[in-house]
Each structure stands twice: as C-alpha cells, then as structure tokens.
Design a binder for this molecule. Sequence first.
Ligand code: NIG
Ligand code: FE
Length: 416
Amino acid sequence: MSNLYIKHATIVTPLGNEAVRGVGMSRLNIIEDGAILIKDGIIRYVGNSNPLRQLYSLFGTGATFREIDAHGKVVMPGFVDSHTHMVFGGFRPDEFRMRLEGASYMSIMEKGGGIQSTVNATRKATVADLVENAEWLMERMISMGVTTVEVKSGYGLDYATEAKMLAAIGRLAAKKRIEVVPTFLGAHAVPDEYKGRTSEYVDLIISDMLPKFRKAAKFCDIFTEKNVFEIDDSRRLMEAAKALGYKLKFHADEIVPLGGAELAAELGAVSADHLLHVSEEGIKRMAEQGTVATLLPLTAFALKEPYAPARRMIDGGCAVALATDLNPGSCFSGSIPLTIALSCIYMNMTVEETITALTLNGAAACGLADRKGSIQPGKDGDLIILDFDNINMLPYYVGMNCVKTTIAKGRILFDS
Ligand code: NIG
Ligand code: FE
C-alpha cells in the first residue's frame, strides 16, 4: 500500500524544485509536530498533525492509510546518491592493498590494473550476475536511507558490454524498489585494445555507442583527466552527446586540475563531479551556470587525497551535492553515514548544507529536483525516519546509521 500518514514528526527539509546554491543551502524548513500524507505514492499534505479523518475529506473517504507515529523522530527526504558505479563484475581488494603499500591509483591504472581489471571481469559476467551483485549493494544503500540512485555503465568499454551494463541498470530500475537513474560512461577509460589511440576510441563511442544508448541512458558522463580523456577529446564527445539529447555529467579535476569544471559549465552540464583539484575559475563558472558540484568525500578518504574545497564552492555560490561514488576501485563504499561525517568534519560543511547536498541538490544532479529531494506536496513520497529528533546526530554518531525507516513512493522498504 502506498498510502501513508505520518504524524507527530519533526519534519526537516529543503524546499524548492531546483538546486539550491550558496548560502541557500543552509536554509531548511522545520515543522515541529508535523504530518505528511502520502496517497498513491505522492505527497499530498505537509503541515501540522491533524486528525486523519479531517484529511480524508480532502482525499476521498474510500482510501485507507497506514499510520506512523513519528513522535521524537526527524523525518526528512530520502537521500539521493547521485554518483555511483554500483554495477560491475569482480572486486579489487588486492589493488586496494597495493595502495595501502604506497602505489598510486593512476600508477595501478597505467599498468593495466584499475578500471581495466573490472572491465575484464565485467565482460565475462552475465546480466543476471551484474544485477545480483548490484541488488546486494542496493539493499544496503536502502538501509542507509537512499531512495534514488544514479548508476553508471563504464566497465564495458565496448558496445556489447556497455549494452549489457545498461541492460542490468534497466533491470534494477524495473524492480521499482527505488528510483534508478541510468548514465552511459563509455568514456571511463581507454580500453586495452585502443591503447595509444584515444581519439579513435572516442570516434567509436560517438559513431557506434552514443546513438544506440539514447533510450537506455539519461546522462552521458566522461572521465576527463590527464592521460585519460583530455579536454579536446572530452569536448568532442560531450558535444556529440548533447546534440543527441543526453544530459551531461563530468568526472572533473579529480587527480589534476585540467579544466574539467570549466568545460562542464561551458557545455551546460548538469553536474561536475569529484573536483578535488578544481580551479578558482572552475568554481566561478559552475556558480554562474548552475552546474551542480558533486563532491565524493569517500573517494578522497579512500585514496588519501585532500578533500574537495567545499567551503570555497558554497561560499562562491555553487550548488553542492554529495554522493558516494560507490565503485570497486577508488572507493568501495556506499556509506552515507561516513559521507555525512566527512562532509561535516573535513569539508567544513554545516549539517544543514550536508542535508541539502544529499537530498535536493542530489536530486538536481539527477535532473529530478521537480519530483525528488524535498518534502512538499506533489513530490514523490520518498522519506526517511531517523532514530532521533535532532539532525546533529547525523554527523555526531560518526559513521553510524541513524536511519530507522526508509520509505520510497509511500512504501516502507526498510524498518529497523
Ligand atoms: O569515480 N575516476 C574514475 N572512475 C571512478 C573509479 C572507477 C574505478 O576505479 O573502478 C571514480 O572514482
Ligand atoms: Fe565516479
């Protein structure tokens, strides 16, 4: 049943149908003793806790509603994880160990490990294998309050395997547990067979992949990085994607400052992600264009890299989102609790900014801010109920899950 009435809650939510920039990120709407009525999966009422029968007249007496008393608990929008690579074959624990012993992420990649080793495993996997592995990860994300997840391809790097990955992402979406946003990331790395022929591989993506994946993927993404896809190839590929109607995302300025953020803003990308080494100019351009700056602190943590300059971006007027980057290499973690802790402790984002970044701005980074990311009438009934009545518990309970209940489109998916 997707009819639900939650009463006596402390409702905490950002407001609006688009990304919130700069100082606006710290503004949350708070309703004490609040109520939320969800009918057929959609939020119909947000306000004071009225007796349900008074609300029946508004929504027709035939309907029945499951009631939840959320006294002493925060109810907030479900988290939106707007950047993941959670469909993949195989794990890379030995590579992680090499990094612990001093090897760098790029040096492992240049020696044929890294992304290419996941590509080799993913090429061998079936769609069913990929879905099974991703579902296992997804259920854990749901238990941490995630109600929307973006998922990228990018471990195929040939037509057949990219198609297989997008099919797996489509199957995850078809299960309708939570909202799944599909992204085509054919330009994640240059596959071994094209080593030294990057531009030819970009040609192949443009001619053989982009036109065929238009229905399966909403976004096109690229790893714009020194010695991977540099600015000229990135521009060429993303202009072609844009012309076909894809929305754009970039892995930008992760390892070195290459101008990825500037390019993302110039091409009207929805988001630029990572940004550990973003330039001042890049920050300015993203703020001007409204390109969402998606920060992935778990990756910086796992790679022992400095965190993205979140404060400079927010103070410079950017809309900042936070996401996990869950993937088998640089960051094998989908921990929302640790993301929150790192954001507040090491990136100096306030609790309010962190909440906005993981809800409404994450939704905007998925092109879904009109339906997701805040608790407002007309939006999807995607909510979480915390174990506590104070949002400061989120970073304070370091790395621990504060989510009691996860609700997507009015259905309870997890309840501890
Ligand atoms: O976002 N930077 C490139 N892509 C991923 C890592 C992928 C992998 O190592 O498998 C990232 O960090
Ligand atoms: Fe990534």
